[in-house]
Design a protein around this ligand. Sequence first.
Ligand SMILES: C[S@@+](CC[C@H](N)C(=O)[O-])C[C@H]1O[C@@H](n2cnc3c(N)ncnc32)[C@H](O)[C@@H]1O
Length: 422
Amino acid sequence: MITKIDLYEEPVEILDRLENRGYAGMSDFELSFLCGAIKEFRPRKIVEVGVAAGGTTAVILNCLKSLDCSCEMYSVDICEQCYFDLSKKTGFVAKKFLEEEPIDIIKHQFLLGNTIAASLDKIGKDIDFVILDTMHSLPGELLDFISLYNSLNKRAVVIFHDISQSQLGFGNVNGAPFEYASLVTLAITNSEKLLVSDKSNIAGLCNIGGMRLKEETEDSIENLFLGLFINWNYLPDNRHLCEYRQRIKKEYDEQYYQMFEQAIECNMFSLYRRQGLEIPLKTVKDEFENVLKKAEKIYIYRAGKIGREVEKYIRNCFDEKKIRGHIISDKKMNTCDDVIELSEIENMDCSVIILGLHEKYHLEVLNSLYQKGLSKYVFPYNGIGFRELMKVIEYENRFYGKFELYENVYGYEQLIREGYRY
Ligand SMILES: C[S@@+](CC[C@H](N)C(=O)[O-])C[C@H]1O[C@@H](n2cnc3c(N)ncnc32)[C@H](O)[C@@H]1O
């Protein structure tokens, strides 16, 4: 069922009195929709996730004031400082607005520096109105909604900004293919949808929408966790991942927690591989040549099929005397004369470690090199451009077609490679 929300425009006028119109990330139309939803449902406990300067926060506060709607409101943002102006505190516009015009019927609090998953300990349950406006790409709003779900009132309203971002794009960008986190969350949650049409956008697409939970929403939990397997566009950092882990472990059955862990693992890998897709071969080749010329000692990480092809390339095209050996983790596993354990290398100065092993081991190897403080010696740095490096080597060594350096272990990998323009 789709419910139409009547726009409520008056509270948006407050922007005219704020610095740079509050730097609001939403258009006046979108803010009028948000105020319309507040007017319709008159919430008692509001949570806003994604604040930035706080222009939207100010509009919400003004809306509640004009409706004489007494409530609690929490504004949560992962960044303590405003993401586009680090000299200012997140929410600075709303803070100033509240200092100048205190609203005694509203108990408002900023919760900055943590995800909603951690902030919920302070907010508590019975939330009846949420505004999600954070990353727009996965896991973003989906993970936040999963974290919030058990703290919501049974008929809570959740408003998502940027539901059409993947189609509309932003600024000069026509279409932003990965910006579908809000839309996915909205689409896979069995709920009453709150939508309007925005004639100023192509095909009348509106970039804000929402949902009202209903009894059957409970059946969507499985879909929400399955949704985490749709390609992510970034990986939350370790501290934030930890906050989400703790919340999910506390709130959901073990099987869902395991799905979350699995989604992290596979997305970590697919993200890592995608990063290399756009690097021109010539750039990688030039960088490789440069690194090899500069280095006095060359190590190749691992001594398998790929490691040996890397070695052959260096022997044919560069100074083979620089090669000091293949790094392996345990010499008992390989008796060749030219293998060496990392702990045996005394001085890394003027050295380079070339990745010569399958991509599926990269994360593990890069992490362990990072922990030993050796990341700066690695080529390609962070593994980015490894595929292109392999292409260069495949071509130079003329073994192309003899065997595939990358097995098509992950199914869609071939498709990604075919879609790539060299
Ligand atoms: C698009 S801006 C928000 C704009 C704001 N709602 C407005 O209309 O002016 C996104 C904000 O989300 C914050 N953010 C990103 N990921 C977050 C997360 N997981 N939890 C909370 N805030 C997050 C960023 O720091 C940034 O301030």
